[in-house]
Design a protein around this ligand. Structure first.
Ligand code: PLP
Length: 428
């Protein structure tokens, strides 16, 4: 790619691509904004870097204050890393320190859900349930237990959403008991799922039940908001709209919207107090580039841009029209089983049969066919597959920049409808 502007990318041959997925849910305010680059250049000229173990910059401390101000109540400190995997590693380390500081030496495991994705490092892959990404690196050094993936679309037919949510909590408790809750430091979840299972929103009662379980067993709850943080679901953090709050939130991607590598961790007062009682400096984790000044300057400029254009509120306001557009464009297609999501994060799940919701044969690689057909038309979407216990089939994700124009959204869904039809025809 040689040029990018708004939601358009241009390759070396001059081909135009409409980016309907913000790279990988990153470029939330679009490409080519000179003001972000200028803020980064000013910071690079002033102080490009200090080692976080020694010093902080004004860019870092100001960004930390801004991020804490946006976070749900009780999340009181922010710590920056370069990427989401590092952020989750830090969250795991904090969870272990928290448990150790409470005298719970045996609690070191991180429980996570099948179909989840929490990063590409060895510990975060061990905690990821996305089979296609983790299986090439088996076995893991860490024995992390897996909890069931939760999909309302895959709930037994006839069960209410509430009953399904409550049943899933009971299932989590059963698995925890099998695994021994006294070995578990934290449970990590994506509040609205990203790549692994395609924008699944938790059923009612589920998050409240999970929180109660964590409290009962003295387990921390970590919300991985690497995809959902900074407006993607129509709130600064998806956790703000959940039934209960996590103890730790990790974020990434949207915080600097692709202009620089930046991610981080938000930590609750409950966790901080215990850690500080145990050892005052115990939050520091030692990455060379933590809180990199140029990345933090990019983050500040991105937050300013989101504020000035009121883009998070715009995502919220557009949510129902966004889903309705997709429904109108291809909601009646015989292979489209479910269109769902939150804010500007949409998953489209494909099925062999709409009635029974039977997934397509994974060997057909239907999501890849859609992605390739879309790319042929000049549209970028992401596709994934992964059937675990029949929970999730082929799906594609649509997650455009928050400031995509109405005309661009129309173009995205019109092109995607053509791509789905082309992919469907390619099966015969
Ligand atoms: N967590 C989630 C939910 C993600 O989607 C990702 C990346 O896609 C990560 C963590 C890892 O972030 P990074 O690729 O920045 O290390």
């Amino acid at each position: 790619m040689v040029r990018a502007s708004g939601i358009e990318l241009f390759d070396a041959d001059g081909r135009r691509y409409l980016d309907a997925v913000s790279g990988i849910y990153v470029a939330n305010i679009g490409y080519g904004l000179g003001e972000i680059g200028e803020a980064m250049a000013r910071q690079a000229a002033q102080v490009p870097f200090v080692y976080a173990g020694d010093f902080a910059t004004e860019a870092e401390t100001t960004l930390a204050e801004r991020v804490v101000a946006l976070a749900p109540d009780g999340l009181a400190k922010a710590y920056f890393t370069s990427g989401g995997s590092e952020a989750n590693e830090v969250a795991f380390k904090i969870a272990r320190r928290y448990q150790r500081a409470g005298g719970n030496e045996s609690r070191w495991r991180i429980a996570s859900r099948w179909q989840s994705y929490h990063g590409a490092t060895m510990a975060t892959l061990a905690a990821s349930g996305k089979v296609s990404r983790r299986r090439d690196f088996l076995p893991y050094m860490l024995d992390f237990p897996k909890l069931p993936a939760v999909s309302l679309y895959r709930a037994p037919l006839g069960l209410t959403a509430q009953a399904y949510g409550e049943e899933q909590v009971r299932e989590v408790e059963r698995r925890l008991i099998q695994e021994d809750p006294a070995s578990i430091a934290a449970i990590i979840i994506e509040p609205v799922t990203g790549a692994g299972s395609g924008a699944l929103v938790p059923p009612p009662g589920y998050i409240r039940g999970l929180r109660a379980l964590c409290d009962r067993h003295d387990i921390l709850l970590i919300a991985d908001e690497v995809v959902t943080g900074f407006g993607r679901t129509g709130a600064a953090f998806a956790s703000s709209n959940l039934e209960a709050l996590p103890d730790i939130i990790t974020f990434g991607k949207g915080v600097a919207a692709g202009y620089a590598p930046l991610a981080g961790v938000l930590i609750s007062s409950k966790v901080i107090e215990r850690l500080e009682r145990a050892a005052p400096s115990s939050l520091f984790t030692g990455y060379t580039y933590s809180g990199h000044a140029v990345s933090c300057a990019a983050g500040l400029a991105v937050l300013d841009y989101l504020d000035r254009h009121d883009l998070i509120a715009q995502v919220r306001k557009r949510e129902s029209a966004f889903l309705a557009r997709a429904q109108a464009a291809f909601g009646r297609h015989q292979l489209v089983g479910d269109i769902r999501g939150k804010g500007a994060l949409m998953g489209i799940e494909f099925v062999a049969d709409r009635e029974s919701r039977a997934p397509l044969d994974p060997a057909l690689g239907f999501h890849r066919r859609v992605v390739e057909a879309a790319r042929g038309l000049g549209l970028l979407v992401r596709g994934e597959a992964g059937v675990v216990d029949g929970v999730s089939g082929d799906h594609v994700l649509v997650a455009p920049a928050f400031n995509a124009t109405e005309a661009e959204l129309d173009e995205i869904f019109a092109m995607l409808a053509v791509a789905i039809e082309q992919a469907a025809r390619s099966l015969h």
